[in-house]
Write a protein that binds this ligand. Structure first.
Ligand SMILES: [Zn+2]
Length: 278
């Protein structure tokens, strides 16, 4: 479970391109939340500029070096059409078709694009912001307020009891069959552990103990960092919070209902629990 996957095997991050671009670069370009790809096996467009594709981006950000080539993220205006030789790919479905580390880089790129788009002006005094050299940050030249891309930490926890796992169906998934483990956003002032105790109790009414960190996953919809834990059942009967959860129950590890698709951290944790505790 502690196995590390890293985009840094193929990618070296950067914030500013100090020289003129002389070679084609990779473009991670987003319009209406979808990414521009070439249809030949879902590759990133590789050009000296998006204008070569007939596309004028709203703004661009330098990301660093991917496989020896510079790479950029770009915000496209919502009415930009995919021109010949390109198509749009919904990032959530890209999850299962792109190479995993390209997908991770795309997740990073879309968060940087959104942050840049939504931090054009100072949140304190509304003056136009400026990039901070050598960092992924912006600063207001008038009041000095600084902003950095925001992450929303969330916990996701497999609760186990003997050879059973606690799985629930979100109210939003009702009728679609998928069951998953308990997840929730960390609130201001909370530790990860406090978040888990609160979320599990609020959503399904049971108390847990012996929390153990398993692994994390970036979830760029829109800016979560999911932190996965294992917890043992301590006490209480299942009683669901019906506004968030349709139902919840203990399931035998050899007889699970429909669970989330591969690659999601929820699935990886469930698979790990099955392998470890069956
Ligand atoms: Zn300001």
């Amino acid at each position: 479970m502690y196995q590390e996957e890293s985009i840094y095997k193929r990618y070296q991050r950067g914030f500013t391109l100090d020289s003129e671009l002389t070679e084609p670069a990779y473009w991670l370009a987003f319009g209406r939340g979808r990414m521009l790809v070439t249809p030949d096996g879902l590759h990133l467009p590789c050009h000296k500029s998006l204008e070569e594709l007939g596309i004028t981006p709203v703004r661009t950000q330098y990301l660093g070096i991917l496989e020896g080539k510079h790479c950029f993220s770009a915000e496209l205006s919502p009415d930009t059409e995919a021109l010949e030789g390109t198509e749009y790919l919904d990032l959530m479905s890209a999850y299962s078709v792109l190479d995993e580390d390209i997908y991770l880089l795309a997740g990073k790129a879309t968060q940087i694009v959104t942050w840049d788009q939504t931090h054009q002006y100072c949140g304190r005094c509304s003056h136009e912001t400026e990039y901070i050299p050598g960092e992924r940050g912006k600063k207001c030249p008038v009041c000095g307020f600084m902003s950095y891309p925001r992450l929303s930490p969330a916990t996701i926890t497999a609760v186990i009891k003997n050879k059973q796992i606690l799985l629930s169906q979100y109210a939003a998934f009702r009728g679609r069959g998928m069951h998953t483990i308990i997840a929730g956003f960390v609130e201001p002032g909370e530790t990860l552990e406090e978040c888990i105790h609160r979320e599990v109790f609020e959503e399904v009414g049971v108390r847990v103990k012996n929390l153990k960190y398993l692994k994390s996953q970036s979830w760029p919809f829109p800016n979560s960092l999911m932190m996965g834990f294992l917890a043992e059942y301590d006490s209480g009967e299942i009683k669901v919070d019906e506004t968030e959860i349709a139902n919840a129950d203990w399931f035998d590890l050899d007889n699970l209902p429909e669970i989330p698709p591969p690659l999601s951290i929820a699935r990886r944790i469930i698979d790990w629990v099955v392998d470890t505790y069956s």
